[in-house]
Design a binder for this molecule. Structure first.
Ligand SMILES: [Zn+2]
Length: 134
């Protein structure tokens, strides 16, 4: 990625944020696939869009977290990048899907890699983060 890429979306798509995750985080558009939602939730962490992260968490599982916990996790580190490793389902005609990804972040001088397989579900027609399955 070129060095002068401040306008690229934080999710690493090499598309401007306004054409990518900002549409979902700030413009109220609905992600049409689980992968789009996944990318926008990563960008939400980068931007500190805590409300968005809360709203896109499934109502059936978000009792396991809290807005405070989401804020703590999103803002406690510097997010360096997202890499999508695999995905299954989560398409236009699906009601469930999984996305396997690696997110790199830094706390102080230490760089960490968060590897996760996330499960997504449709709720009232909208893609929501359901849980992590691995
Ligand atoms: Zn994006």
């Amino acid at each position: 990625m070129p060095l002068a890429a401040p306008n690229y979306c934080p999710c690493g798509s090499t598309v401007a944020a306004s054409q990518c995750c900002s549409r979902f985080i700030y413009q109220g558009q609905a992600a049409s696939t689980a992968l789009e939602l996944m990318r926008s939730r990563y960008s939400g962490h980068v931007c500190g869009a805590i409300e968005y992260l809360w709203e896109t968490w499934s109502e059936s599982t978000r009792h396991r977290t809290s807005i405070a916990a989401i804020r703590e996790w999103a803002t406690s580190c510097e997010w360096l990048g997202l890499e999508i490793l695999d995905w299954q389902g989560g398409g236009h005609s699906d009601s469930q899907g999984t996305v396997t990804f690696s997110a790199t972040y830094r706390i102080g001088q230490q760089t960490h890699r968060h590897l996760e397989k996330s499960a997504f579900c449709r709720e009232n027609g909208f893609w929501r983060y359901f849980d992590h399955c691995a």
